[in-house]
Design a protein around this ligand. Structure first.
Ligand code: G1P
Length: 357
């Protein structure tokens, strides 16, 4: 069994964060989303991984993951080029996959329980594909599966107007190499993409059985800023968080706080977990870091209250205000305008930024 990790796409819904890098490298609890997928592969015993790269972030992804040896896996990079859909991306892995079965994993998805059960369930039968499903509240936004009373998959539809069920195809699939012939015969969908959902329907139409597996525990497609915040909450809730850095005697630390050994929570600061603070970061006196916050490396917080937020890193936040439910890109500086005239907020804001003042 091999792994194919899709890391293309434009990340348009995550702008401006994705103006400077691929969406798959946005950190959740101080770890790039893509690394969670690599860990899931490894846990399922899959160590030969092909990473499909689009135009965006090719170099950054290769720089981060290298040949995979740091993660205990072997990575092959495959260039997709133009993003013509998930099925097109999968098709690019044909030579890499050869005659093996493979797990295809959408690199911007993250899930609690890993892919081991999905793989084992597929391997226990003779299937053309295995799909991971989860109930969603907005089935029109996903690929949807219809399943009969005996649990057999009977139909798959991409973003249906009238969904027969609310069982969404989540971003992990297992395929036999038969899927490549199905991909060859696909026509672009209404959104101009070769849909992987249509390829699975075609497998069904040509007599292959499809294994379905309802995934327990949370799953998140991290396509939008609010999804990153939610994934951050879910991971911080689950992960063991260790305080290794310096907590000065008159600092207050409550709950579970991950503090890198190079970072400091100073006297007079309050940090209430779950929180993750990466390397070379200082939380100065008068700052409050509230639950479900991740603060990236090389950052300083002074006098600010932050809660339920992701600060990606290289930032100085030195205002006395409150920052909640926020995603701040790398190198963001927020200071105070209190003593400046004329009174008012002073903004240098990139394209596609969103501010609620
Ligand atoms: C894609 C798939 C869809 C699937 C979803 C999971 O949707 O086309 O079938 O349910 O990923 O995240 P997209 O993110 O391209 O809208």
């Amino acid at each position: 069994m091999k792994g194919v990790l899709l890391s293309g796409g434009t990340g348009s819904r995550l702008r401006p964060i994705t103006h400077t890098g691929p969406k798959q490298l946005v950190p959740v609890a101080n770890k790039p989303v893509l690394e969670y997928a690599i860990e899931d592969f490894k846990e399922a015993g899959i160590t030969e991984i092909g990473i499909i790269l689009g135009h965006k972030g090719r170099d950054e992804i290769q720089e981060l993951l290298g040949d995979g040896s740091e993660y205990g896996v072997e990575i092959t990079y495959i260039i997709q080029g133009n993003p013509l859909g998930l099925a097109h991306a999968a098709g690019c892995a044909r030579d890499f996959v050869g005659d093996d079965d493979f797990v295809m994993y959408l690199g911007d998805n993250i899930l609690k329980s890993g892919i081991t059960d999905l793989v084992e369930s597929f391997e226990a039968g003779n299937y053309g594909a295995g799909i991971a499903l989860q109930e969603v509240e907005n089935p029109q936004a996903f690929g949807i599966a219809d399943v009969d009373d005996a649990g057999n998959v009977t139909e798959l539809i991409e973003k249906p107007d009238e969904p027969p069920t609310n069982l969404a195809l989540i971003g992990m699939y297992v395929f036999s190499p038969a899927v490549f012939d199905a991909i060859d015969d696909l026509e672009p969908s209404w959104r101009g993409e070769l849909e992987i959902t249509d390829a699975i329907q075609s497998l069904l139409d040509t007599g292959h059985e499809i294994d379905s597996h309802v995934v327990e525990g949370w799953w998140k497609d991290t396509g939008k800023p609010e999804d990153i915040l939610e994934a951050n909450r879910l991971v911080l809730e689950d992960r063991a968080l260790e305080t290794q850095g310096t907590v000065e005697p008159n600092a207050t630390v409550e709950g579970r706080v991950e503090l890198d050994e190079t970072s400091t929570i100073k006297d007079g600061a309050v940090v209430r977990g779950p929180v993750s603070i990466a390397e070379d970061t200082v939380i100065e006196s008068g700052s409050y870091v509230g639950p479900y916050t991740s603060i990236g490396p090389n950052s300083t917080l002074e006098g600010v209250h932050v809660e339920n937020s992701v600060i990606i890193g290289d930032s100085a936040i030195t205002t006395s205000g409150k920052i909640v439910d926020s995603l701040l890109g790398r190198g963001t500086n927020i200071g105070s305008a209190d003593s400046l005239l004329p009174e008012g907020r002073r903004l240098v804001v990139g394209e596609n930024s969103q501010l609620k003042l």
